[in-house]
Design a protein around this ligand. Structure first.
Ligand code: MTE
Ligand code: MO
Length: 305
C-alpha cells in the first residue's frame, strides 16, 4: 500500500490518471471530470486505495444504513428518511472562534469546492463498505471561522426534530446525536464533510445535507444531518460513548488489537459480498495509518479507544 504522510503530499499533486480513469468508469458521474483531487487529503485517500478496491454498489450504500433517528433496522433509514426536509438547511458554527456564523447548505456548496474521495467506512459492527464521497475538508470551514487558541475539540450535533425524526421519540440515545473530534483530527486533510456520493446529492439516509466522514475511525463517528459545529475547550460528550462508555470510546480509531467487548474487531465483512465471502483483515486506522498514526504518537490506544 502506498499511503503517504500529509507533509509529503504537495498541494499541486495530481491524482494518477490510471487511478482516476478507473474511478471515472466506475462512477459514471459527471463530477469525476470536474473536481479532481489536486488536494492533499485526496492524494492520501486515493493512495490508500491500493488498486484492488471497488466501490460498494450504490444499492447497498443507500439501503444498509445506521441512522437511529429513523429506526434501528438497516433498511429503516432508506424508507423513513425520505421525508426529512433538507432544504433550506442551515448550520451554526460557534464556540471558541473569532468569526462564528450561521451558513446555509447552498452557501456551503457554493463556497467550498467539492472533491471526490474514495474512502473505506468500517462500522464498529464489523462490516465495511467502500464509498465514493463528494465533499470538502472540514478544515476549510473551520479555518474560515478562525478558531481561538482555546479550541481544543470540535463538537457536532445532528438535527433534533422528533416530528421529522421518529426515532427521537424513543430513548435509544440521548438526542440529538452528538459527536466530537480533537482539533487536530478535525483539521486533518482526510477529514471530510460529505455532501454527496456516487456523483449525486447525498441521499437522506446517508446523512443529507451534510455529514462527517473520518475514514480512520469507526462509522459511528460520522455524524449525519449536522446542524451545529462548535469549537470547544473540553472533550465533548458523544452519543454512543454516553450510552455505553465501555463499548464505544471517544477516539473510536479502527483498531484490530482492541476488541469490542462483545465481538472481535480483527476482521470485517464487506457489504455486498455475501455472508459466505472470506472475512477481510481489519487494518490499524482502517488502513490510513501512515497518514494519521502520528496524531496519536505516545498515546495508549487501548486506554484511549
Ligand atoms: N445522526 C446520526 N448519525 C450517524 C448514525 C446515527 O444513528 N445517527 N449512525 C452512525 C453509524 S453507527 C454509522 S456506521 C454510520 C453509517 O453511515 P451510512 O449509513 O451512510 O453507511 O453513520 C453514523 N452516523
Ligand atoms: Mo456503525
Amino acid at each position: 500500500m502506498l499511503i503517504r504522510k500529509p507533509a509529503d503530499i504537495a498541494p499541486s499533486e495530481i491524482t494518477p490518471p490510471e487511478v482516476w480513469r478507473r474511478r471515472r468508469d466506475l462512477l459514471k458521474g459527471t463530477l469525476a471530470l470536474a473536481g479532481l483531487a489536486a488536494l492533499p487529503g485526496a492524494g492520501a485517500a486515493l493512495s490508500a486505495d491500493d488498486g484492488g478496491e471497488t466501490p460498494t454498489a450504490i444499492e447497498h450504500i443507500t439501503q444498509y444504513n445506521n441512522f437511529y433517528e429513523f429506526g434501528a433496522g438497516k433498511r429503516d433509514p432508506s424508507i423513513h428518511a425520505q421525508a426529512l426536509v433538507t432544504r433550506p438547511w442551515s448550520i451554526r458554527i460557534d464556540g471558541e472562534c473569532e468569526a462564528p456564523r450561521e451558513i446555509g447548505i447552498e452557501d456551503i456548496l457554493a463556497r467550498y469546492p467539492q472533491e471526490e474521495r474514495l474512502y473505506r467506512l468500517r462500522c464498529v459492527e464489523a462490516w465495511a463498505m467502500v464509498i465514493p464521497w463528494q465533499g470538502f475538508p472540514l478544515a476549510s470551514l473551520l479555518k474560515d471561522v478562525r478558531p481561538t487558541s482555546r479550541a481544543r475539540y470540535v463538537a457536532f450535533e445532528t438535527l433534533h426534530d422528533p416530528e421529522q425524526m421518529p426515532g427521537q421519540r424513543r430513548g435509544v440515545l440521548d438526542w440529538p446525536y452528538r459527536e466530537g473530534l480533537r482539533i487536530d483530527e478535525a483539521m486533518h486533510p482526510l477529514t471530510l464533510l460529505a455532501t454527496g456520493l456516487y456523483g449525486e446529492t447525498l441521499p437522506n439516509q446517508n446523512g443529507a445535507p451534510l455529514r462527517l466522514v473520518v475514514p480512520w475511525k469507526y462509522g459511528f463517528k460520522s455524524i449525519k444531518s449536522i446542524v451545529r459545529i462548535s469549537l470547544v475547550e473540553n472533550q465533548p460528550v458523544t452519543a454512543w460513548n454516553a450510552r455505553q462508555p465501555g463499548e464505544y470510546g471517544f477516539y473510536a480509531n479502527v483498531n484490530p488489537a482492541v476488541d469490542h467487548p462483545r465481538w472481535s474487531q480483527k476482521t470485517h465483512r464487506m457489504i455486498g459480498e455475501g455472508l459466505l465471502a472470506k472475512p477481510r483483515e481489519t487494518l490499524p486506522f482502517n488502513g490510513y495509518g501512515e497518514a494519521v498514526a502520528p496524531l496519536y504518537a505516545g498515546m495508549d490506544l487501548r486506554r484511549f479507544f
